[in-house]
Write a protein that binds this ligand. Structure first.
Ligand SMILES: [Zn+2]
Length: 468
């Protein structure tokens, strides 16, 4: 949605990303696997901050947050500290959340980064490490509910909060940014954004310097675009006179509803967490995290383009998926048909369709690509065989044999088909001589009659026929 002139939209995002690769919570040894547990099963006195307990920092969480900071081009702090953010809400068993703070002497674990998306730079203000609150479930909708249920299994799960500058200008841009962010974080192997609630987002939206409205509880990226479009439209209806407040995104009704006037920072009474020491990262420690990091999507895409001569778009699509990239890298060890391989992999296996290695070993896929390159099977036949292999888990080789998939290379047979097609519509010859589109149409008609013919061979024979 484009803003009207003079009503420039400014959106800043706060993304909460669970470090789902961790086995335990941020400050205790409770299991972090709350999705497959009964409510309130993974809890302990540390989760509840009972007297006499002390939090112990999960070192792996610090490593993962450092990786995210580096991947988002941030400066990682050599020394950062935890703060208590105090507020009373039923999802918070301790009455405070252990978080980080970037004011009054506080330092977040990483800051001042950037993400390039669609030719634009979105600045990252800071990244902080904090604990997730529990999960509230409402009976009915949040504003009408007479009671709510709380599950503390999620309380204490390690989160990384990623805060952007208000550099985003519409809902579409926000969605593109979030998708990019997710693929970067997933490529690090620290979080699986596909898990329900693993990546959640709050958005700050203002129109042309009007009041800042915060929309909370957007549970998935799919909802972000809807929520932002709704909120921009709502604020525009107020001609920029929106009041500063916190609103809730109601997924079921697709509207935002007012929750409360926006808390001011002083409402949280931040103070340094007395039970935890600072996080100290020597420059050598940061360098060693950097050197052990998996390659992030962007670097992988440019390597694919450079090393294998793939087009930028194809390299990008391939690199965005970790499994497809790994499969491609296995295949390129076996043969040099890089472009054909990458095209088939992206075209046929995107969206989680790559079969397990047992039903499609790289050797078999490469053998198929070689057949396409040698023109003994057409690309359409290769795709057909792959789709059937995915569906039936029968080896590709067997499918090619049993269905006798092979290209027709007999020029005389194809020429005969051309004659049949042309005889049915003699005026098509003159049209095809004049017009490229009519020519392609005619090639298509021949392929319809003889799907096993190679399109390039049909085109060659047809242009010979037209010269007669
Ligand atoms: Zn615990």
């Amino acid at each position: 949605m484009q803003a009207e002139p003079g009503l420039r939209v400014k959106i800043g995002l706060e993304v909460h990303c669970q470090l789902t690769a961790l086995k335990t919570k941020l400050f205790c040894s409770c299991s972090s696997d709350y999705r497959s547990s009964e409510p309130n099963e993974n809890i302990c006195p540390v989760c509840f901050g009972l007297p006499g307990t002390l939090p112990v920092l999960n070192a792996k969480a610090v490593e993962y947050a450092t990786m995210i900071g580096l991947a988002l081009n941030c400066t990682v702090a050599n020394r950062s500290v935890f703060y208590r953010k105090n507020y009373f809400y039923p999802d918070l068993p301790k009455g405070f959340q252990i978080s980080q703070y970037d004011k009054a002497g506080g330092v977040a674990i990483a800051s001042a980064g950037s993400v390039e998306v669609g030719g634009k730079t979105v600045r990252i203000t800071r990244i902080q490490l904090e604990e997730d609150p529990g999960k509230l479930t409402y009976e009915g909708t949040i504003d009408k509910s007479t009671h709510s249920l709380v599950d503390y299994n999620r309380a204490g799960i390690a989160l990384v909060e990623i805060v952007t500058e208000p550099d985003i200008e519409d809902a579409r841009e926000a969605k593109a940014f979030l998708e990019k962010l997710r693929s970067i974080i997933e490529s690090l192997g620290v979080s699986n954004g596909e898990l329900d609630g693993a990546m959640r987002c709050d958005a700050n939206i203002s129109l042309a310097g009007g009041a800042r409205v915060e929309v909370k509880n957007i549970s998935s990226f799919k909802e972000v675009e809807k929520a932002l479009n709704y909120e921009i439209l709502r604020q525009r209806t107020f001609s920029g006179n929106a009041t500063s407040e916190t609103r809730h995104w109601d997924e079921r009704r697709s509207i935002t509803i007012a929750l409360r006037s926006k808390e001011e920072e002083q409402d949280y009474r931040y103070f340094p967490e007395p039970d935890l020491g600072p996080i100290v990262l020597e420059p050598g420690a940061i360098a060693s995290v950097r050197s052990s990091m998996p390659e992030v999507v962007e670097a992988r895409a440019s390597r694919f383009a450079k090393e294998f001569g793939l087009s930028k778009q194809l390299a990008k699509e391939l690199a965005a998926d970790k499994r497809l990239s790994a499969f491609f890298e296995e295949c390129v060890k076996l043969d040099r048909g890089y472009q054909e391989m990458a095209g088939l992999i992206v075209g046929e296996f995107s969206g989680g369709h790559l079969p397990e290695a047992s039903s499609l070993p790289p050797e078999e896929f490469v053998a198929l690509v070689k057949m396409v390159e040698a023109k003994t099977v057409t690309r359409a036949q290769a795709k057909e065989a792959l789709r059937e292999a995915i569906r039936t888990e029968v080896p590709v080789h067997d499918i090619i044999q049993s269905r006798r998939l092979s290209a027709v290379v007999d020029e005389r047979a194809i020429a005969a088909v051309i004659e049949r097609v042309v005889a049915a519509r003699p005026e098509a010859i003159a049209e095809a001589r004049r017009d490229k589109k009519a020519f392609s149409y005619l090639v298509g008609q021949v392929l319809k009659e003889e799907p096993k013919a190679q399109p390039a061979l049909v085109a060659k024979l047809l242009s010979q026929r037209l010269r007669k």
